[in-house]
Design a protein around this ligand. Structure first.
Ligand code: AVI
Length: 320
């Protein structure tokens, strides 16, 4: 349960995660089969994502780190000292120290739905910043989160790196930005990463690396369904595909059936024709205007924007 007493994982009598089961069964029943991207991140998937951040084609992590490393003086000037830094989905983030070092924060509050990651990240940070109070909170930050009383008197800086906002459709992204605004309160600022629209070849390669790590990450979802939801999906019959959608300005990940397949999940039967796909992730890309519009719709006013030297990725500072 999180700090508000809400159960984060709801298991049925067979130990099956109900939300996972319902999301998969509902998604596989749609004309365009689609499974929410959050289910890509079991332990194996989280590790594979870490591996993706190191493949040569996946530029966002390196580009964002470059900005964080080079813009410390700007952060110090525009953000100032004494804020409680609230990191959304802290995971095993290695980017946080770059911000903390730059701005002399009053406290660090990592928020994550996964308790073990959270505790590891908190312990890591405490070791690196001995004088800094760290208050980890296990919470679903898609809703307003009650922050620890110890930071009540401090202005907040929300930190949401990695262009994770791009994994949401705009409607959900706006809801999340508004929840963050509610969580962080008046006087808050937000430092958020947003990946940029660029040539299709670079974008598609970033999501379909030659070494096949992203393909493994995507197909791991099927392995997870087979393991956790009594699935019989023939994983080898599916090919990973990264597709740029110009209409939605996003890279989509799909799992494409290479032959006609039939399988069951939790006892429910499904059939797919050769060439039919399961849509597993969206990664929206932005330009300056679309990024600003999204932030404004989410009740944040853009203050400053930085990109890496090659202009691939943006980091935006906004105020409440
Ligand atoms: C976590 N998220 C920001 C990644 C992205 O770029 O959309 C997830 C990812 N999917 C495939 N590669 C990376």
């Amino acid at each position: 349960a999180n700090s508000e007493g809400i159960k984060l994982v709801d298991l049925d009598e067979d130990g099956i995660d109900r939300a996972f089961r319902d999301g998969v069964l509902e998604g596989l029943s749609q004309p365009q089969k689609a499974i929410p991207a959050r289910w890509l991140y079991d332990d194996a998937g989280s590790q594979l994502f870490e591996d993706i951040t190191a493949v040569p084609e996946y530029y966002p992590t390196r580009a964002e780190r470059e900005i964080l490393e080079e813009r410390g003086e700007d952060f110090a000037r525009l953000i100032g000292p004494g804020r409680a830094v609230v990191e959304f989905g802290s995971g095993s983030s290695v980017k946080t120290p770059l911000v903390l070092r730059a701005i002399e924060p009053g406290a660090y509050v990592p928020l994550d739905i996964a308790g073990d990651f959270l505790r590891a990240a908190a312990a890591d940070l405490s070791a690196k910043f001995p004088g800094l109070p760290v208050y980890p909170v296990e919470a679903d930050f898609t809703r307003k989160v009650e922050l620890p009383a110890e930071v009540a008197g401090m202005n907040k800086l929300g930190f949401f790196p990695g262009s994770t906002i791009g994994n949401m459709v705009p409607r959900t992204a706006v809801d999340l930005l508004r929840s963050m605004r509610d969580t962080l309160g008046d006087g808050a600022m937000l430092l958020i990463g947003m990946d940029l629209i660029k040539d299709v070849a670079t974008l598609e390669a970033a999501y379909d690396d030659a070494g096949g790590v992203t393909a493994d990450f995507n197909r791991n979802l099927l392995t997870r369904i087979n393991r956790e939801l009594e699935g019989t999906i023939p994983v080898e019959a599916f090919r990973h595909e990264a597709r740029w959608s110009d209409l939605y300005a996003r890279v989509e990940m799909h799992l494409v059936a290479e032959e006609d397949v039939a399988f069951s999940v939790c006892g429910r039967g499904f059939a797919m024709k050769s060439g039919e796909s399961i849509h597993t992730e969206n990664s929206h890309k932005f330009d300056r205007r679309s990024a600003n519009t999204l932030l404004l719709a989410g009740r944040w006013t853009p203050v400053e924007r930085w990109t890496d030297a090659e202009g691939r990725f943006s980091l935006i500072l906004a105020r409440a």
